[in-house]
Design a protein around this ligand. Structure first.
Ligand SMILES: [Zn+2]
Length: 122
């Protein structure tokens, strides 16, 4: 193990990081961001998680978990904008209707949910 001192790219606060010798500067910087409790590092982590949720619920991952189709780029951009507004407390939640029976909602966190109602054809 090697001890490195990394600096948060947002607030400049330093953190000690015990790293493997092969860790790159970039990985150490990421590790510092995971630990820093400043506002921007906290936001960065929240949106990193939100990006994973978006990939899963609106990206190609959505097909794998049973949704009919991924959301288009405009819907994704709107949801990301909505997530910023919810995170900042400007609005409480935002719902984007993707199609007649399919919608995504951004709530506190930001957290993303998607609901698709299937019409049962007989
Ligand atoms: Zn920081």
């Amino acid at each position: 193990m090697v001890t490195n001192i990394g600096m948060c790219k947002f607030c400049g606060k330093t953190q000690m990081v015990s790293a493997n010798a092969e860790w790159t500067e970039e990985k150490i910087a990421d590790e510092v961001l995971l630990r820093c409790d400043c506002e921007n590092a906290t936001r960065h982590r929240a949106f990193q998680q939100f990006g994973v949720q978006m990939d899963m619920l609106m990206g190609s991952g959505a097909l794998e978990i049973g949704f009919k189709e991924p959301a288009n780029g405009i819907a994704c951009a709107m949801v990301l904008e909505a997530a910023n507004a919810v995170y900042d407390g400007d609005v409480r939640s935002v719902t984007v209707q993707l199609s007649k029976n399919d919608r995504v909602t951004v709530t506190d966190g930001p957290t993303l949910t998607r609901r698709e109602v299937r019409e049962v054809s007989q």
